[in-house]
Design a protein around this ligand. Structure first.
Ligand code: TAP
Length: 474
C-alpha cells in the first residue's frame, strides 16, 4: 500500500431512523402480532424494533390488496404508469437516504448501495413505468390481463433492488402486492412504504409485511394469493413449489447459483482480473449470480493468480459507510457461520486457502476476501453455494473441458466468459446451461434484460419484456 487513505464516512444524519416500525397495510402503518429487532451487521448495534406479521396480519394485508385490486386494475394504464414514474423519481430524490439506510441495515459498502442498488432500483421503476400503457404491444396477446394479488418474498442481499424487481412489474401490469422483506433487512422496504404514501399510491396497492420465515410461509400459503414471486434459497424454493402444487397459483422462483467464471488464455487480463474481483467480492459475495467458481485455462493460471492476489491486496475492508470501503460486513451471524463452515470444509478436503493481509474489526460480522486453489469438482466449496467472499479456483485445458466443468452443477443462473475471440466466447456461451452469460464483464444488470435460472436456480424470468409475462394472464 503506497499510502493510507483518510476516513471518508458518509453521514448518517440524512437518515431519520425511528425506534420502531409497523407493518404497512392498506396505506397505514400498523402493529403486528409481535416484534423483532434489526441490527447493523458492521457493529451489532440495534437499529430499530420492527413489527412481526402473524397469520392474521398477513390475512389483513391480502384482504387490503384484494380490495385495491379492482380499482387499481381498472385505472387507465397510463395513470398506473404515472404512479410508477412518480415512485421512480422519488427513489432518485431520496437516493442518498436510501443508500445510507441500506448500508446500515445490510452491511454493504456505501459505494455499492449508492452507485448500484439504489440507481438500479429507480431504473427498474422507470423501465416498467414505460411498459404500463404498452402491454398490448409486448407480444403477449392484444389484451393481457393482470393476475390479481401477488405475494412476494425477497432475500437480504439486495433488499431495495429485489423489491423493485418484484413490485415494479407487478404494479405496471395492474396487480396489487403483499411483499415480505428478509428479517435482517426490513428498513428500506419500510422507507419504500413511506415513498408509496408520498407518491399518493392508492391504499392497499402495496402492502409490506415484515417478519421471519414463518411470515413468508403464511404469505405464500394464503389462499387469497394469485401469484407468488420468490427470491431466495433453493431449499425454501422447493418447499414453496411443493406447497403450491395442485393450486391455481402462478409461481416464479429465483434461487441459488454457483456460477463459473471462465478465463481463457487469450483474455484481456487486466479486465479479467477486475471481473473476477467484481464477480465474487462485490457485495461480499452475497450475490446469487456470483462468479464463485473461477475456471482458468492452465496456460494462464500462474499469471491470473499472481495478478489476482496482487489486486486483492489493495481491497479495503471495513466501515460500510466509508466511501473508500470495497468490502463491507457479512449480513448476519448465521451467514458468517455458514461461510466459516464451508471454508473449513475447503481446508479439510485439501484445498489451499489464501487471504490478503487484512485486519478485521473487533465487533460485527466479518470475513476476509478468500481464495481457494487446488480445488477439485468434488469439493464442497466447488459444489455448494457459499454466498460469501470465497472464490474456488479450478483449471481446464480445452474449451470443451471448460464447458463440461462449468455445467457440472445443479445450478444454472449465470456464467462469465473471458476471451478476446468473439467466436470462442459465443461458442462457449451457447454451450453453457445458465440464464445469463456475460462476456468480458460480470455482474452487470439492466432492467431491459431478462434474468433467471436453469435447473435448481429456479424458473420464470424477471426483468425486461419477459418479466411482464410472469404477472399477466396471457
Ligand atoms: P432464504 O432463507 O430462502 O430466504 C429468502 C426469503 O424467504 C426471506 O425473506 C426469508 O425470510 C423467507 N423465507 C424463509 N423461509 C420461508 C418459507 N418456508 N416460506 C416462505 N418464505 C420463507 O434465502 P436467504 O438466505 O435469505 O438468501 C440467500 C439465497 O437467496 C441464496 O441461495 C441466493 O442464491 C438466493 N438469491 C437468489 C437470487 C436470484 S435472483 N436468483 C437473488 C438473491 C438471492 P427470513 O429472511 O426472515 O428468514
Amino acid at each position: 500500500m503506497p499510502f493510507e487513505y483518510a476516513p471518508a464516512p458518509e453521514s448518517r444524519a440524512v437518515v431519520d431512523l425511528r425506534p420502531s416500525y409497523g407493518l404497512f397495510v392498506d396505506g397505514e402503518f400498523t402493529a403486528g402480532s409481535g416484534t423483532f429487532t434489526t441490527v447493523n451487521p458492521a457493529t451489532e448495534e440495534v437499529l430499530a424494533e420492527v413489527a412481526e406479521a402473524g397469520p392474521a396480519d398477513v390475512d389483513r394485508a391480502v384482504a387490503a390488496a384484494r380490495r385495491a385490486f379492482g380499482p387499481w386494475s381498472a385505472l387507465p394504464a397510463r395513470e398506473r404508469g404515472k404512479y410508477l414514474f412518480r415512485i421512480a423519481r422519488i427513489l432518485q430524490e431520496r437516493s442518498r437516504e436510501l443508500a445510507v439506510l441500506e448500508s446500515l441495515d445490510n452491511g454493504k459498502p456505501i459505494r455499492e448501495s449508492r452507485d448500484v442498488d439504489i440507481p438500479l432500483a429507480a431504473a427498474y421503476f422507470f423501465y416498467y413505468a414505460g411498459w404500463a400503457d404498452k402491454l398490448g404491444y409486448a407480444g403477449l396477446g392484444p389484451d393481457p390481463r393482470p393476475l390479481g394479488v401477488a405475494g412476494q418474498v425477497i432475500p437480504w442481499n439486495f433488499p431495495l433492488l429485489m423489491l423493485s424487481w418484484k413490485i415494479a412489474p407487478a404494479l405496471a401490469t395492474g396487480n396489487t402486492v403483499v411483499l415480505k422483506p428478509a428479517e435482517t433487512t426490513p428498513l428500506t422496504a419500510l422507507l419504500f412504504a413511506e415513498i408509496c404514501r408520498q407518491a399518493d399510491l392508492p391504499p392497499g396497492v402495496v402492502n409490506i409485511v415484515t417478519g421471519a420465515g414463518a411470515t413468508g410461509q403464511a404469505l405464500v400459503s394464503h389462499p387469497g394469493i394469485d401469484k407468488i414471486a420468490f427470491t431466495g434459497s433453493t431449499e425454501v424454493g422447493k418447499q414453496i413449489a411443493r406447497s403450491v402444487a395442485g393450486t391455481s397459483k402462478k409461481v416464479t422462483l429465483e434461487l441459488g447459483g454457483k456460477a463459473a467464471n471462465i478465463v481463457f488464455d487469450d483474455a484481456p487480463m487486466d479486465q479479467a482480473v477486475e471481473g473476477i474481483v467484481n464477480g465474487i467480492f462485490f457485495n461480499q459475495g452475497h450475490v446469487c449470480c456470483a462468479g464463485s467458481r473461477l475456471l482458468v485455462q492452465e496456460s494462464a493460471y500462474d499469471e491470473v493468480l499472481e495478478r489476482l492476489k496482487r489486486r486483492l491486496g489493495t481491497l479495503r475492508l471495513g466501515d460500510p459507510l466509508d466511501k473508500n470501503t470495497d468490502v463491507g460486513a457479512i449480513n448476519s451471524a448465521a451467514q458468517l457461520d455458514r461461510i466459516r463452515e464451508l471454508s473449513d470444509a475447503g481446508d479439510a478436503e485439501g484445498a489451499e486457502r489464501w487471504s490478503p493481509p487484512c485486519a478485521l474489526p473487533d465487533r460485527g460480522f466479518w470475513f476476509p476476501p478468500t481464495v481457494f486453489t487446488g480445488v477439485t469438482q468434488a469439493h464442497r466449496i466447488a459444489r455448494e453455494e457459499v454466498f460469501g467472499p470465497v472464490l474456488s479456483v479450478l483449471t481446464f485445458r480445452t474449451p470443451a473441458e471448460a464447458v463440461e466443468k462449468a455445467n457440472n452443477t445443479p445450478y444454472g443462473l449465470s456464467a462469465g466468459v473471458w476471451s478476446d475471440k468473439g467466436s470462442r466466447a459465443l461458442w462457449t456461451a451457447s454451450k453453457l446451461r445458465a440464464g445469463v452469460v456475460w462476456q468480458n464483464t460480470f455482474n452487470r444488470f439492466d432492467p431491459a434484460s431478462p434474468f433467471g435460472g436453469f435447473k435448481e436456480s429456479g424458473y420464470g424470468r424477471e426483468g425486461g419484456r419477459h418479466g411482464l409475462e410472469a404477472y399477466l394472464d396471457v
